[in-house]
Design a protein around this ligand. Structure first.
Ligand SMILES: [Mg+2]
Length: 307
């Protein structure tokens, strides 16, 4: 049985400013960098970057799993990492995939990234800064302020979005059906709106399907399809719109690739606030899958260090 030498190290990266999410405040990103070394002394890295409130294992569970591995791991054992450890599946899976490729093909390809704007009116001042830096796709959170106020900010924002640029509106599941319909309506005459992301609660896939049929503005699901199980379930329930996929917590890269290819899913790849190791693995996968939409990996502003 072919085995690999295994080592790992746990990292802790404080955010420059704690992130406020609908699940509370996130101050420190904890993850694990793993290394697999083959019999020819070739080593490849992988990253385990869990987000438990998005349906992955916790960092403690991931550390526990790495501890019980010991100093060596076989390909078979990697394939047997259980489905309740999707971030571990991705970390080990991407290191294994890299080891099986010719060494020169493991460099991360270049992609267009989407730049995250601050919430509320602060987005108006930040947009030109991101344009200056070369971004042509932007994301702005909605469902944060009262809708009338947000609509007014949005109108101002649209005046600054370049004619050939795209804006994504991410509601993080926070809109009522009425508010969602209002946004879909006002955006429908605006070609620069790439999509509205997760307008409704994650389980409301049937309503999202109805709205997608009724309005011109495309809808993307994110929280609804956070894990591989949920991607499969959303497809089975009839979702044929855009899937925002976080490869870092979507399990084995080969299984995800197979499903996306088989069903020709329209996908956006998105970050889990991982380091360059996990980002490179996700970009290689995006390249294999010929993803054409800008990637949600414009996160370099979130940390002071450069991991
Ligand atoms: Mg989102």
């Amino acid at each position: 049985m072919k085995g690999y030498q295994f080592t790992y190290s746990v990292y802790r990266r404080p955010f420059r400013q704690p992130l406020t999410t609908s699940h509370g405040t996130w101050a420190i990103r904890e993850g694990i960098i793993i290394q697999l070394t083959d019999a020819n002394s070739r080593a490849e890295l992988g990253e385990i970057a869990p987000i438990p409130w998005f349906g992955s294992e916790s960092i403690d569970r991931a550390i526990e799993w790495c501890q019980q591995v010991g100093d060596n791991i076989t390909k078979d054992k990697i394939h047997l990492i259980p489905d309740d450890l999707p971030a571990c599946q991705f970390g080990f899976g991407s290191a294994l995939t890299a080891l099986e490729l010719p060494p020169t093909s493991t460099l991360a390809p270049k992609f267009d990234l989407s730049g995250l704007l601050p919430t509320g009116a602060a987005a108006i001042a930040q947009l030109p800064v991101l344009v200056q830096r070369g971004y042509s796709t932007f994301k702005w959170k909605i469902g944060v302020l009262p809708i009338a106020q947000e609509e007014a900010i949005w109108r101002q924002l649209m005046m600054a979005v370049p004619i050939d640029a795209k804006l994504r509106l991410d509601a993080n599941g926070g809109l009522t059906q009425t508010a969602a319909e209002r946004w879909l309506e006002i955006c429908s005459s605006e070609a620069r709106i790439e999509f509205i992301e997760q307008p409704l609660a994650p389980e409301e896939i049937e309503i999202a399907i109805e709205l997608a049929a009724k309005y011109h503005t495309p809808i993307a699901l994110d929280e609804s399809v956070a894990t591989f199980d949920r991607i499969q379930a959303a497809y089975a329930r009839g979702w044929r719109g855009i899937y925002v996929i976080k490869p870092g917590i979507a399990g084995f890269p080969w299984r995800l690739a197979k499903f996306v290819t088989q069903h020709q899913l329209d996908v956006v790849f998105s970050a889990v606030m991982e380091t360059k190791v996990g980002t490179a693995a996700a970009l290689r996968l995006a390249s294999d899958l010929k993803v054409t939409r800008s990637l949600g990996f414009g996160v370099e502003d979130w940390f002071d260090d450069d991991m």
